[in-house]
Design a protein around this ligand. Structure first.
Ligand code: AMP
Ligand code: ZN
Length: 473
């Protein structure tokens, strides 16, 4: 059973329903981190939102197969490894492990495949060889191999760019500006597929039909996504800065080589801002996860904040925002405890199928272009009324589904079962009060309620029973 999921597509600029094109699994690829230091919270906005996307597909029964790469060779990783006197592998292993640890702290599910660029050098060489054969690539005078953008008339279709306007483009990739390359290319828009070895690369070079060197950045994602997911797959995503030129180049490489459509749908997450500016390492205005944990913020509150903005809108990050997120989280957890949602609801998917109860609307808006803020809004809107009713199975299931999809653990340090489960003596008092009420002995019932209040408990009556809530202290 499958629930309908619709999503805006960067390529067609329309909202489209997602369906597995092979009729079985929904296959998607997300550009992963460049492992030269800890990822910042802006990077994590993108990764957390794609984690929610993955979870929604699981909960909707689309059986996703999710691949996310590790970029472990580029100018930055090479330079930093040399500065630290480590081999590239030892250096990038360290930051891959750090990335995994941070992902675990923020409650991200592991992708089904996580290919590393340096483990797939041969696949990248093979792909470049096909591009050479088909006339899409040429070797420059400097020994590097370039993609001939003019050979691919559809270039620009994703970012809606006119290739003629690219004359002003200053860089050939998102990597450091390499002015020397400018003079060895036939056209400024042409980008490097294989970079001839330079002294600064040190030992980080591989043999190829075009001499020793290393792959350009864009080719790794084409080679690895097609290896892991097939030549045509369902969706490709990343942060908005990757749309051009990275994803445009991936399309040119992959479709140029195979003659088949590459990704059928494109998804881009808009950047996180700090005081109105993009959070980035180069601007120095970034927080890592550790920076925020050291300030005393809980990882769940950080995740909640990152999830509370829509992926196609900017999210302005402030420390006040994390505090606000902590109180939203607390309210959600109160509701989860009341409905007795299982404690592992964020890790274990409920069975597919639409919830029928109070949370049907929250689940519907989440499946409509991944509207996380609207889903959280719906949770609160319908949830608060439920607090004064006895829990229903369909609502427990519904909230379980939403908490799984958003990746929010129902139990946190501020809300343990010990606090919300009333002790035996309190429950005995409350039972006596319920009986008195049923016997229409309202004087006794009121007296018993007063006793419960004095002990710090509130009774919430429903049609066929009651629940107990600790009074705010
Ligand atoms: P990188 O490690 O630089 O390759 O970036 C990893 C991912 O983080 C990419 O998908 C980027 O688009 C994304 N990213 C970078 N900066 C931000 C930001 N400020 N907000 C959201 N995503 C970002
Ligand atoms: Zn990529």
């Amino acid at each position: 059973m499958m629930d309908k999921v619709e999503l805006h597509d960067t390529l067609t600029r329309e909202k489209r329903e997602l369906t597995p094109s092979d009729g079985k699994q929904f296959r998607f690829y997300v550009c992963g981190p460049t492992v030269y230091g800890p990822a910042h919270i802006g990077n994590f906005r993108t990764f957390v939102l794609f984690d929610v996307f993955y979870r929604v597909l699981v909960a909707a029964g689309l059986q996703p197969r999710f691949a996310r790469n590790i970029t472990d060779v580029d100018d930055k990783t090479i330079k930093a490894s040399q500065e630290q006197g480590l081999t590239l592998r030892a250096f990038t292993d360290r930051y891959t492990e750090k990335f995994h640890a941070d992902c675990d702290t923020l409650g991200l599910l592991r992708p089904d495949a996580e290919p590393r660029a340096t483990d797939h050098i041969q696949e990248q060489i093979d792909l470049i060889a096909v591009l050479m054969e088909k006339g899409h690539a040429y070797q420059g005078a400097d020994g590097s191999v370039y993609y001939r953008v003019a050979s691919f008339p559809e270039y620009g279709k994703l970012s809606h760019f006119d290739p003629a306007a690219l004359q002003t483009q200053a860089t050939n990739s998102a990597e450091a500006l390499n002015l020397a390359d400018e003079y060895d290319r036939d056209a400024v828009a042409d980008f490097a597929l294989w970079k001839a070895h330079k002294p600064a690369d040190g030992e980080n070079a591989w043999d190829s039909p075009w001499g020793r060197g290393r792959p350009g950045w864009h080719i790794e994602c084409s080679a690895m996504s097609m290896k892991v997911l097939g030549q045509t797959f369902d969706l490709h995503g990343g942060g908005e800065d990757l749309c051009f030129p990275h994803h445009e180049n991936e399309i040119a490489q992959s479709e140029g080589a195979t003659g088949k459509p590459f990704a059928l749908h494109w998804m881009h997450a808009v950047h996180l801002l700090v005081e109105g500016k993009k959070m980035s390492k180069s601007l120095g205005n970034f927080f890592t996860l550790d920076d925020l944990l050291e300030k005393g913020f809980a990882p769940d509150a950080i995740r909640y904040l990152l999830v509370s903005g829509h992926y196609r809108q900017q999210l302005n990050f402030t420390l006040k925002g994390v505090e606000g997120a902590a109180s939203g989280l607390k309210k959600l957890r109160k509701l989860a405890a009341h409905l007795r949602v299982p404690e592992d609801a964020d890790r274990t998917a409920p069975p597919p199928g639409s919830p029928t109860g109070a949370f049907a609307s929250a689940w519907a808006v989440l499946r409509d272009d991944l509207n996380t803020p609207a889903a959280i809004g719906e949770l609160f809107k319908t949830g608060s009324a439920l607090l004064s009713e006895s829990p229903r199975e369909e609502d427990r299931m519904g909230l379980h589904k939403l908490l799984f999809a958003l990746g929010i653990p129902p139990v946190g340090p501020e809300n343990t079962t010990a606090e919300t489960d009333a002790p035996e003596a309190i429950r005995a008092l409350a039972d006596r009060r319920w009986q008195a009420k049923k016997d229409r002995d309202f004087t006794a019932a009121d007296a018993l309620r007063a006793e419960l209040t004095a002990a710090g408990w509130q009774v919430l009556d429903a049609k066929d029973g009651y629940t107990l809530e600790p009074l705010a202290r």
